[in-house]
Design a protein around this ligand. Structure first.
Ligand SMILES: C[S@@+](CC[C@H](N)C(=O)[O-])C[C@H]1O[C@@H](n2cnc3c(N)ncnc32)[C@H](O)[C@@H]1O
Length: 233
């Protein structure tokens, strides 16, 4: 399946004036992340930017993963979980290890991220608990997703490339149509003015609520926001 909106090349030199910096370029590496001791055993994560900007963990991913581990360890047993723009799988894999979940978690991204996802699934022996899938925002949902009707959607740091905003909104809307009572956990970092335009449009379409979190003051200072999106009544 061809992608209508490829993930932009990671290029620190392409940062505009009204941007706060993207993560610093890192050489390929495999690390172990315990999310401030919330995850034991820790997540083993290979990061490599050759597959695209999702090849490196991003700050909103850390915030969302910690949120799920701290507040949803035991609330997701029957949940049907799908992650959008999962990159190397940071959030979905952390949830698969640290949260009690009966069904496989679907982690999705564009085709170029699949090999890194596969690598990270193997590194953590999660083949039976995580299902990687190609899901291009704005394209029809894969049949596995349509059949599963996810009711918990995770999306971290998916707001960073303006041409993809309408595609992401369309996919979020389609997922809330597919399962009317689904909840989207949405964490983003405000880097430029256009990012607030994304939130403005999201508020028109969805019921948006900011989530309580004991670290909220700290991450808000860094321009990070954590919301739930639900279908409007
Ligand atoms: C900034 S990275 C975030 C990765 C991960 N969620 C994290 O927080 O570490 C954004 C991800 O969105 C994916 N992405 C960008 N445009 C997309 C599109 N049109 N359809 C699907 N995924 C897309 C990228 O490939 C990338 O992995």
């Amino acid at each position: 399946m061809s992608s209508r909106s490829p993930s932009p090349e990671f290029s620190p030199l392409a940062i505009g004036e009204d941007l706060t910096p993207l993560p610093i370029y890192k050489a390929p590496t495999t690390g172990s992340i315990n999310f401030s001791s919330l995850l034991n055993p820790p997540l083993l994560l290979h990061e490599d930017l050759k597959s695209g900007c999702g090849g490196q963990l991003w700050p909103a991913g850390m915030v969302l993963a910690k949120h799920m581990l701290r507040y949803h360890k035991n609330t997701l047993k029957d949940a049907r979980i799908l992650e959008l723009g999962a990159g190397g799988g940071l959030v979905g894999l952390a949830a698969a290890i640290g949260c009690s979940v009966d069904r496989p978690i679907m982690i999705t991204d564009q085709e170029n991220m699949m090999s890194l996802m596969d690598q990270n699934i193997s590194l953590n022996n999660l083949a039976s608990r995580v299902l990687p899938l190609i899901l291009n925002w704005g394209d029809p949902l894969p049949k596995e997703v349509v059949e599963e009707k996810p009711n918990v959607i995770l999306a971290a740091d998916c707001v960073y490339f303006e041409p993809a905003f309408p595609l992401l909104l369309a996919t979020l809307e389609e997922l809330l149509e597919l399962c009317n009572n689904a909840v989207i956990y949405f964490c983003f970092k405000k880097r430029r003015r256009a990012d607030m335009q994304f939130m403005k449009n999201a508020k028109k379409k969805f019921r948006v609520e900011e989530i309580e979190n004991e670290d909220r003051e700290t991450f808000t200072r860094e321009g990070l926001f954590l919301y739930t999106f639900r279908r409007k009544p």
